[in-house]
Design a protein around this ligand. Sequence first.
Ligand code: PAF
Length: 285
Amino acid sequence: MAPVVLRTVAEVKAWTAGLRREGRRLALVPTMGYLHDGHLSLMREGRGRADVVATSIFVNPTQFGPREDLSRYPRDLSGDLAKCASAGVDVVFAPEDPNVMYPPGYQTYVEVTEVSQGMCGERRPGHFRGVAIIVTQLLCLFRPEVALFGEKDYQQLQVIKALNRDLHLGVDIVGMPTVREPDGLAMSSRNAYLSPEERQRALSLSRGLKAAQTLLKEGTREASALVGAVRRELEAAGLREDYVELVDAERLKPLAQVAPGQSARLLVAAFSGTTRLIDNMPLGG
Ligand code: PAF
């Protein structure tokens, strides 16, 4: 069945009030649209965890830097609504313009001070401030029992877990594994920017991460060697590295090595042509 489309904050408030009266559990999947199978996996998981599933589709301007791709970010609302219907989404919140979330006089932001440092936080100043405020707004507006996010944006997931905990929002924040194309490329709305040749070269991100996983299984624990395995693949494919970092899986502190039994994460960002791509995989744990 086609999802109900809500356009305003008042419509969301009226709809969620009805849900609460009926005692129905809500799962929320926040997105920026141009949906792919990664998003759909979050929606399907939401279906299994709640009575009702809502998705937001909003290209959030505050998380884009001045020289980033806000104006050309891919959009396809009618295609997205058909995909939401196929994944069993009940309601789509698609604000018509940024003023719905940031009306004149808007002045409130949320700063997550630790896990938003380094990596994407350093390379994209202000990015996590924008993510944090839009996700906080959505969680306060919908008050879902569960909200689902992809592990592809691993640092973002830790930022969201921190704000949910520190602001006592009480939402069950669920991180879901990255969905990949058959050749290993992590699904991302920004893959639409890649030429066939850039897409081929972009496979070096997942290849490098896999090579590092194999090295660790064989007993190599040093960050320099694990990070080096990713860098070698990026270099061979001619990609420009933004960062490659080995961090502990929860607090995202840089690690010199993966200790036995430790949960670590290897994260990479690199440019294929002019398109910035990110990926990550677990190491150890
Ligand atoms: O991951 C995304 O699509 C966005 O960063 C999010 C979480 C929907 C906030 O705009």
